[in-house]
Write a protein that binds this ligand. Structure first.
Ligand code: ADP
Ligand code: MG
Length: 300
């Protein structure tokens, strides 16, 4: 009977590292014809590294590093971890340095854009251009040039502003998962289209999509924007699976016909999803769809 087939399939999935929350998800997955992938932590490894840094004003590297450490230590974003690690390495005596004047207050996350807070008497913003624009921080030529150079190399630039002026930036690379390209091409052979949706900027997103073989990209989208994109695709008649790892993906995971969370992702994403890819391996997107197809075939 139907419940038995579903139980068997759910058990089989679990043994393969694909956790399917209930028969409903399993039944819906076989109809999927579009898979929307988040970028950072989903298509990419999610362990970004800072590969370059630049100061635009007369701020000392010491103050720049102390400020970024103080702020980003409050964020769980993988980019924040990379920034902290880099800054600590630039300050060999970090542990013995006084943190006086680097007390963080009013820390706030701007989803898909960055973070902001008070550090001592100063207002600090760390994030992308969108964050800077929304706080009316001017982006000068030097900054634009640094962006162009790095984004063409598929790197993400992170800007640091103090009291309304961009004082420096770092560039981050996050390698693509080794299986990403083959999963996308296999999905294509199953007549399933792949789309990238990301909060990151257009140039970096496009460069990474190209590397993987994804033709459709939506960049610079905030968490609600990601969910909107899913709804737009559904309105066009597509049956959509969303694959994501972050808090910022949870509205989209809920909006999708089937939400799939990366096992290594945040608890919020895992809770929002219908399917959890325990091994964080993108091949399991195919495993889940296959399992659903086989089960449905058996039921009907
Ligand atoms: P994705 O959708 O690819 O997972 P996110 O939505 O998490 O990306 O983040 C989008 C962008 O916001 C990042 O590429 C980065 O530029 C910026 N950002 C978010 N959080 C932070 C942070 N803590 N520090 C610096 N930049 C951040
Ligand atoms: Mg992500």
């Amino acid at each position: 009977s139907t419940p038995t087939a579903i139980m068997v399939a759910t058990g089989k999935g679990a043994s393969q590292g694909v956790l399917i929350k209930g028969g409903n998800a399993l039944e819906k997955a076989h109809k999927v014809n579009t898979v929307v992938f988040d970028k950072t932590g989903t298509l990419t490894v999610g362990k970004p590294k800072v590969v370059s840094a630049i100061l635009f004003t007369r701020i000392s590297m010491e103050e720049f590093c102390n400020t970024t450490i103080a702020v980003e230590a409050n964020s769980e974003h993988p980019i924040a971890k990379a920034v902290v690690e880099y800054a600590k390495n630039r300050l060999p005596n970090h542990k013995t340095q006084t943190t006086n004047g680097f007390t963080v207050k009013e820390f706030k996350v701007e989803p898909g854009a960055g973070v902001g807070c008070k550090v001592g008497p100063k207002t600090v913003l760390i994030g992308n251009k969108r964050l800077m624009r929304s706080f009316n921080v001017p982006i000068g030529h030097e900054v634009e040039n640094y962006f162009t150079d790095n984004e063409n190399l598929a790197r993400t630039c992170v800007l640091v502003a103090i009291d309304g002026t961009i004082v420096g930036a770092v560039a981050v690379t996050d390698p693509v998962k080794p299986e990403a390209a083959s999963v996308v091409s296999y999905l294509r052979s199953m007549n399933i289209r792949s789309i990238m949706v990301t909060g990151d900027n257009w140039s970096t997103a496009t460069a990474i999509a190209k590397e993987i073989g994804i033709e459709n990209v939506f960049a610079e989208t905030d968490p609600l924007g990601k969910a909107e994109k899913i709804k737009e695709l559904q309105a066009k008649g597509m049956v959509v699976a969303m694959v994501g790892d972050g808090i910022n993906d949870s509205p989209a995971l809920v909006a999708a016909n089937v939400g799939m969370a990366i096992g290594a992702g945040t608890d919020v994403a895992i809770e929002a999803a219908d399917v959890v890819l325990i091994k964080s391996d993108l091949e399991d997107v195919i495993t889940a769809i296959d399992l659903s197809k086989k089960t449905i075939f058996r039921i009907h």
